[in-house]
Design a protein. Structure first.
Length: 692
């Protein structure tokens, strides 16, 4: 038996009427003039990554009708702090009630019967100390007040037994003890005590009932009206999973799917569903029950033997440099010109503005920059194209603006960039179509074996590839401030306690197939990876991904959230064709600088270290290797090879390894060391030594 109370909740009203006191209707007939209680169907659901969902109900009420919305106890706390109820046609909200259940331990405490939820027979009898009992054990009957229940040790036939004994004080003042044998029985003689025990059993039994709270919304008005109810509730986090399809004759294709679970206890029938890739702050506050302070639960750390590798986001785009001066037709410098750099897919990479002397500079551009745009009010937009360089490239690119509107675009071919020909890393743009895997995926998987001993398998029909490319996403994507929303184009039905897989992304994507080596990852071989550029124009939520190459499974990994235009490394397999070795050398250089000031001589010299990475490619296809070299505090790069990009913890170098060839990358760094001497007691020989 549960104890429930009618609770009045403050909600948003659409009229100036004062909230009427809520009357408890549980188990009572509806007053005259009221309609029978009804329910409101769910019409719209928005799911967030923070584990909450926003729900909207919309239905029709007539006159003074009560509407019931079911919730679980877990949902009720969120509903109480977010519920909004609107009568859209001039009626008013007369009250809101819900079934409130006190915590089980509080209900047991109210019985004033000190018995826990999991009490044994001994615990139960001990809680009845002082009660009048009639105890029967075999043929003996004892009546009196319970004094104690205790356990004693008894030796019988060489065996030690633990036996429970019950002690009673009879009405004649005698103290009698009896053993709790299998034939033992007790009758409760105190008035009211059997009722308390009966209530105790009711409370414990109620804990097994379905955990459903029904919220009754009472409306007041005349005629048929629309009622709107909204709230947030805890829901499972919706999950994202991707497929990256590679092929020799088409651009890489990205498919994204959302996994949605309906566990709220009611069907979603033709609801408008939106999935938001963001995490607005939300919390649980136990408003429906008394609050007790509890210590936080800190889970033990978990680990797995092998986990998918993730890579840091870019911090410095690359070592490319473009600088120049912007002038007008008369040769005068033009200040405050917006200069923007774009990659080959048209995504914005970097932007700057010219100074008072018309000069601009990009000091850290990636290798795949494709064009520069110059625009300022009063002049045409000047577009310089074919601006492509390798790692560590440098170019002087001046621009002359022509008078006109910025809506007019004037295209100019870029000047020839000055390449860093001494670098061991050569240029390579993101691959499209045939360049991915050079027409042979997985190091030759899928090709026929010569000699006629093995039959060649025909590729799937062109209809499969065409259907994959032409398939449309079931969701529309749009920015929501700092969040990103995938809104399903058509209503969806998901029954309670069921899940659905919904396509949300279908877009070609820019990808370069590489192998990544990171010494500190502790892996024996480089990892096969894709260097993705998010050219889909959408924010890609984090999740798992599978790579399909030449119509077969190539591997899988983890994708972290990627904004539009962002470039990210994602690995999906181990590259068994590459062998790697590495070594390190240290050399102390001669003194580079000596300074004497105020009797103190400061001597500077360099400590140079070089790291050599050697790769052997045993495959018949070339490999592009991305080496992640650690960033070290106080060290500066001294080698000619430049990183293609830099993260907070790594410098990434590109190295091309030909088929059946060996290639080496040498990274040389230096750290400056200082030594000071007090020039107080130097003799001529010591001075001569320092000069030497």
């Amino acid at each position: 038996m549960q104890y429930r109370w009618g609770i009045r909740v403050s909600i948003l009203l659409v009229s100036a009427s004062i909230l009427a006191p809520a009357q408890t209707r549980t188990g009572a007939a509806a007053p005259a003039g009221q309609q029978a209680a009804d329910s409101l169907p769910v019409k719209r659901v928005v799911l967030y990554k923070s584990g909450v969902g926003y729900f909207e109900h919309l239905g029709t009420v007539r006159d003074n009708q009560d509407v019931t919305v079911p919730f679980t106890s877990g949902q009720l706390n969120d509903v109480l702090k977010s519920l909004t109820v609107l009568d859209l046609n001039g009626g008013r909200i007369a009250g809101v009630e819900y079934g409130s259940v006190a915590p089980l331990d509080r209900q047991l405490g109210d019985l004033r019967l000190p018995v826990g939820e999991k009490a044994s027979l001994t615990d139960f009898l001990a809680a009845l100390k002082g009660a009048h009992l009639e105890v029967r054990s075999g043929a003996n009957t004892i009546t009196g007040r319970l004094l104690s229940v205790e356990r004693k040790t008894r030796i019988s036939g060489g065996t030690t037994l633990e036996v429970d004994y019950l002690s009673l004080l009879t009405d004649k003042g005698e103290l009698k003890t009896t053993e709790l044998s299998p034939a033992f029985s007790v009758r409760l003689l105190d008035q009211g005590l059997p009722g308390k025990v009966d209530r105790f059993l009711d409370v414990v039994s109620a804990g097994r009932e379905a955990d459903v709270r029904r919220m009754v919304i009472s409306t007041a008005g005349s005629g048929e009206r629309s009622l709107f109810v909204s709230y947030i509730s805890e829901v499972p986090v919706w999950k994202t999973t991707y497929r990256i399809v590679l092929g020799p004759k088409a651009r890489p294709l990205l498919q994204g799917w959302a996994i949605v679970d309906n566990t709220v206890g009611e069907d979603w029938d033709q609801v408008q569903l939106s999935l938001v890739a963001g995490a607005p702050h939300s919390f649980i506050q136990n408003l429906s029950q008394p609050y007790y302070s509890r210590r936080p639960v800190v889970p033990l750390p978990e680990s797995v033997a092998v986990a998918p590798q993730t890579y840091e986001a870019t911090l410095v785009l690359g070592a490319g440099r473009v600088a120049g001066t912007v002038r007008d037709p008369s040769g005068a410098a033009v200040a405050n010109v917006n200069v923007k750099a774009y990659d080959a897919s048209g995504a914005l990479i970097a932007s700057t503005a010219t100074g008072a002397n018309g000069a601009y500079e990009f000091a850290s551009l990636p290798e795949n920059v494709s064009r520069l745009d110059f625009d300022v009010p009063g002049f045409r937009t000047t577009r310089i194209t074919s601006l492509v360089g390798s790692a560590g490239w440098s170019a002087q690119q001046d621009a002359v603006l022509q008078l006109g509107s910025t809506a007019e675009v004037m295209s100019v071919t870029a000047a020839t960039p000055r390449m860093n020909t001494e670098s061991s890393a050569s240029s390579r743009l993101p691959l499209m179509g045939r360049a991915l895997g050079s027409g042979a995926g997985l190091g030759g998987a899928g090709r026929g074996i010569s000699g006629g001993s093995v039959r060649n398998f025909s590729p799937p029909s062109a209809a499969v590839a065409a259907a994959r490319v032409n398939a449309e996403s079931a969701a529309r994507a749009q920015e929501l401030g700092d969040l990103f929303e995938f809104k399903l184009k058509e209503p969806i039905t998901i029954r309670k306690n069921q899940s659905a897989l919904v396509p949300i992304v279908q877009s070609p994507i820019s990808a370069e197939k590489v192998s990544v080596w990171n010494e500190q990852a502790g892996l024996p071989r480089p990892q096969r990876a894709l260097w993705l550029t998010n050219s889909s124009g959408l924010t890609l939520d984090g999740g798992s991904f599978s790579v399909m190459e030449d119509e077969t499974f190539a591997g899988e990994g983890i994708l972290e959230p990627i904004r539009p235009g962002e470039k990210r490394l994602v690995s999906y397999a181990t590259d068994l064709a590459l062998n790697v070795s590495f070594g390190q050398g240290t050399e102390r250089q001669r003194v580079t600088h000596v300074m004497v000031a105020k009797g103190i001589l400061t001597q500077e010299n360099e400590l140079r270290e070089n790291k050599t990475y050697t790769f052997r490619n045993e495959d018949t296809n070339p490999r592009t290797v991305i080496v992640e070299h650690p960033m070290r505090l106080g060290y500066e790069l001294r080698s000619d090879v430049k990183p293609v990009e830099t993260t907070a913890a790594w410098k990434r170098f590109r190295l091309e390894v030909g088929a059946k060839q060996t290639a080496t990358l040498v990274v040389e760094e230096a750290r400056t060391e200082q030594t000071t001497y007090a020039l107080t007691n130097l003799n001529d020989d010591q001075v001569a030594l320092f000069v030497k």
